[in-house]
Structure formats: structure tokens, C-alpha cells
Design a protein around this ligand. Structure first.
Ligand code: HEC
Length: 121
């Protein structure tokens, strides 16, 4: 999936030219890629919390779009609420996308995680 996004972004960016167009297309590809990843996963199909995080969260949370989550000991219930209700520009994730047990595991994993590598945040 991410390979497809990378290729189409590069091709489209070359055709459009210009820094602003490139930025816009990158943002669009990011959102489309993220939505595709989440749609592709019905509840119960995730392979552990890191899989969910890599597929559904890093698009924003390790790219400077949204605050870093790892290594902050964020409260488990707080993470769960943000994921279910959304937060500003962050979409809400339904139980059909991230199941109850999967969200619990994701929140606990994030709470206990080491800091993400420096990424400009
Ligand atoms: C489309 C981009 C996007 C995606 C995907 C996304 N988030 Fe977010 N998230 C945001 C933004 C933007 C904020 C900050 C909102 C604000 O401050 O108004 C945020 C805030 C948060 C916060 C609060 C952080 C804080 O410092 O208080 C948590 C927790 C969170 N997101 C968890 C997640 C998790 C877990 C996932 C994956 C399941 C995820 N987000 C996916 C954009 C995203």
C-alpha cells in the first residue's frame, strides 16, 4: 500500500511541478493512503498494536502534522477517548476499524512506549 502511494505521489508531483502543488499532493496522498490502510483492516485483523500504530497513526503523528505520541506516558483512557472521538483535524476511529481490545492494546503500548526518533516536532 505505502509503495503505491509513494509511486503515485512522485509521478503526480513531477507532472504538477512547483513546491506548493507538491506539498498539496503529498498531503492528499497521505490522507488517501491512511484511509485505505484503515479501511483495509476490519476489527480483529490487526497484528498487534505496533501494526495499528504504523498503519493508522504515524501518517500524522511522526510526520510533524500532529504531536508525537510515543514516550510521553500519555494516559491510556485519554488515548482511547481521542481515538474514538477524534480531536480537531484528527478523525475518529470506529470500533469496526479499531476494535475494543485492539484500541486497549494500542493505548497501553503507546503509554509504555519509548520516545520516537527525533522528527522535527
Ligand atoms: C489525519 C491525521 C491523524 C491521524 C491519522 C491520527 N491522528 Fe491523532 N491527532 C492528530 C492531530 C492533528 C492531533 C492534535 C489535535 C489538536 O491538538 O487539536 C492529534 C492528537 C492526538 C492525541 C492527543 C495528543 C496530545 O498531545 O494530547 C492522541 C492521543 C492521538 N492523536 C492519538 C492517535 C492515535 C492513537 C492514532 C492512530 C490510531 C491517531 N491519533 C491518528 C491527527 C491525526
Amino acid at each position: 500500500m505505502s509503495a503505491d502511494v509513494t509511486i503515485s505521489t512522485t509521478t503526480a508531483a513531477r507532472a504538477a511541478g512547483g513546491a506548493i502543488a507538491t506539498l498539496f499532493i503529498c498531503a492528499l496522498a497521505t490522507v488517501i493512503g491512511y484511509a485505505g490502510a484503515v479501511r483495509a483492516q476490519a476489527a480483529g485483523e490487526w497484528h498487534g498494536p505496533e501494526h495499528i500504530y504504523r498503519s493508522a497513526c504515524v501518517y500524522c503523528h511522526e510526520t510533524g502534522v500532529a504531536p508525537v505520541l510515543k514516550g510521553r506516558q500519555l494516559d491510556v483512557a485519554y488515548i482511547g477517548e481521542r481515538v474514538r472521538k477524534g480531536f480537531g483535524p484528527m478523525p475518529a476511529f470506529k470500533p469496526s476499524e479499531i476494535g475494543v481490545a485492539d484500541l486497549q492494546a494500542l493505548a497501553a503500548w503507546l503509554h509504555a512506549s519509548a520516545p520516537a526518533p527525533a522528527d522535527g516536532n
